[in-house]
Design a protein around this ligand. Structure first.
Ligand SMILES: [Zn+2]
Ligand SMILES: [Zn+2]
Length: 317
């Protein structure tokens, strides 16, 4: 049994909880830790039971709450190496990092993680002291985990509170190489978006079509209505990016895939990442419904729309 809960979807934040067997993962953390926890509790998911966070790509609508959430729960974060590097650059934008410096930073953080496990007891106390107030903002949480005995030592390695990129544990995966987190098997594949690996798509190339065969649940981007985007408020350069082959998938492109590239087998089709400026839920729904009409099976292709402002009820399959 798989439980699939979209907590948020759209350009202001994306996050989904997937549970299978005894394991539970958060896919993307594009909301604040507080909001993620609030929405999880709303749908009856316990944040404390999460085993790991998997990040699809480094755009802020997918990682905004990552560091605080991972630290708060003390769980590993799964990235591709490219996404991890891009995320670290995003948090330290003014510092150019050479590969050697990057390796050095990884080594330091690994050493610090080691030290952390050795002082786990102290941490447990800190966690209790933090209470609910420690959730956010990030600075508050970091300040609460002080290391008084090291404060006077001028040679000490920068501690957690000075390292915005510090994470309890980092694991790398690669596109094309399936891996497992507990009972959940994950098959990552590359897609065309201006990021390392993404739920967001510019268009649907053959390798993605192949990956989307035989799925029980299809979460498909339906970002914008082409006419609304063309006539809408975005500057021309942004319109060009959204429309490009590394941008976002339009309602029309999603419908074209549903009609011509998809096998019609999924029990649920969830339209996701809808633009608030260049789309209307009804337009996305009608366009997809029309495309799905040809599939006869009554139990398949139940159409849902993921929301930006509230979680979607959990789906079991
Ligand atoms: Zn993106
Ligand atoms: Zn996105």
């Amino acid at each position: 049994m798989v439980r699939f809960t979209v907590l948020a979807s759209g350009s202001k934040g994306n996050a989904t909880v997937v549970s299978g067997g005894r394991s539970r993962i958060l896919v993307d953390a594009g909301l604040s830790c507080r909001e993620l926890f609030r929405r999880m509790k709303l749908v009856g998911e316990e944040p404390e039971t999460l085993d790991a966070i998997v990040i699809t790509h480094e755009h802020s609508d997918h990682v905004a709450g990552l560091a605080v959430t991972a630290r708060r729960l003390g769980i590993p974060v799964y990235f591709t190496e490219g996404t991890h590097r891009a995320w670290m650059r995003w948090l330290t934008p003014r510092r150019q990092m050479t590969y050697a410096q990057w390796m050095e930073q990884c080594r330091k953080q690994a050493a610090e993680r080691q030290a952390e496990t050795e002082t786990a007891e102290c941490d447990a106390v800190c966690e209790q002291e933090e209470g609910e107030e420690g959730l956010e903002p990030a600075a508050e949480e970091l300040a609460a985990t002080s290391e008084p005995e090291a404060a006077d030592d001028p040679d000490r390695v920068p501690s957690r509170k000075e390292e915005p990129t510090w994470l309890p544990s980092v694991e790398y995966f690669q596109a094309g190489k399936p891996f497992e987190i507990g009972d959940i098997a994950i098959s990552p594949f590359t897609i065309p978006h201006d990021a390392a690996l993404a739920t967001d798509l510019g268009y649907i190339p053959p390798n993605v079509k192949a990956q989307l065969k035989g799925v029980d649940l299809l979460l498909l981007e339906s970002n914008h209505d082409l006419e609304m985007l063309r006539d809408g408020p975005y500057p021309w350069s942004v319109k060009q990016r959204v429309l490009s082959r590394v941008g976002h998938l339009s309602n029309e492109a999603a419908a074209d895939f549903l009609e011509n590239g998809y096998d019609g087998q999924a029990a649920y089709v969830i339209l996701a990442h809808l633009s608030e400026s260049n789309n209307l839920p009804e337009l996305a729904r009608v366009t997809a419904e029309r495309a799905l009409k040809g599939y006869a099976c009554l139990l398949a292709n139940r159409l849902l729309l993921a929301q930006q402002n509230e979680p979607l009820a959990s789906i079991y399959f």
